[in-house]
Design a binder for this molecule. Structure first.
Ligand SMILES: [Zn+2]
Length: 280
């Protein structure tokens, strides 16, 4: 599944390559993905008007024009590819956007999604954040200088375990299962600690750890992609050296004690019981 760091890398790549260009034609090869594709609205928002920019909100990619925004989500298996032909080259190519590279040459964006949990939609006019896609989304982890302080305000008096708390997209977006374990190890916080029991300094450490780990994944993820738009490269976190995730029974890199696995909300959590002592 594409995670926030990959979606960030793809968005940056699309910005570099396609901002300022004008979409001249869109061909849809399906009527629906996770939801029906509003083809007319999409065409009215993006044809014959220059792309202003690409933005990311959580794992959504927004292609903005003066008329509105096209919303993409890659679901479980989606990807966006830059191609020199409008002919679908990969199975499960569901939409092809045509652009002029220059006066003679065209360039194409292909949206591919084998399992079809992804989404292509459109928002007319300016995005307010109140749209159904965005209204329930929590903090953007990389956009806050004092992320820990924000998390502390949201976590006060909460009994929810801190690992589940930071994986809740209504609280903060983009902290997937791997990043949650790694961030709490980095911050030296036990994953089962109730959020409301943590002190300010722990939230500050968690906020910094989340940002450090996501930024590292973006940096590593960016280097694994052949071109900025192609998502065939392995995600950044496979290249990244994981300190606790999937390292059950292996020695902690700090204290040499064995890493422990536990299950929280049906998901595996990995931590060092010595470095991450429970804080009651
Ligand atoms: Zn340790």
């Amino acid at each position: 599944m594409p995670e926030l760091p990959e979606v960030e890398t793809i968005t940056k790549g699309l910005n570099l390559k396609f901002s300022g260009k004008t979409c001249t034609k869109i061909v849809f090869h399906r009527k629906d993905l996770r939801y029906p594709i509003p083809q007319q609205t999409i065409r009215s928002c993006c044809l014959e008007t220059p792309i202003l920019s690409f933005k990311r909100r959580a794992k959504y990619i927004l292609m903005e024009t003066q008329k509105g925004s096209i919303v993409f989500h890659l679901g479980m298996t989606g990807s966006i590819h830059q191609e020199v032909s409008s002919v679908p080259l990969r199975p499960h190519t569901h939409a092809v956007f045509s652009f002029y590279e220059n006066k003679q040459k065209k360039v194409y964006l292909h949206y591919v999604d084998p399992r079809r949990f992804g989404l292509i939609s459109a928002i007319k006019g300016a995005v307010t954040g109140k749209e159904k896609y965005f209204q329930d989304l929590g903090l953007e982890p990389l956009e806050h200088k004092n992320l820990g302080k924000k998390l502390m305000q949201l976590g006060a008096h909460k009994k929810q375990a801190i690992k589940k708390f930071i994986m809740d997209s209504k609280i903060i977006v983009g902290v997937g299962n791997i990043y949650a374990s790694e961030s709490l190890y980095e911050a030296r916080v036990h994953p089962e600690t109730p959020a409301g029991n943590l002190k300010n300094k722990h939230f500050i450490a968690i906020g910094l750890a989340i940002q450090k780990i996501l930024r590292k994944a973006i940096k590593d993820g960016g280097t694994t992609l052949k071109d900025y738009v192609n998502t065939d490269g392995k995600p950044g976190y496979f290249k990244q050296k994981l300190k606790v995730y999937d390292r059950e029974q292996q020695p902690c890199l700090t204290c040499k004690q064995k890493i422990v696995r536990l299950v929280q909300g049906g998901r595996s959590t990995f931590f060092c019981p010595y470095c991450q002592k429970e804080k009651k």
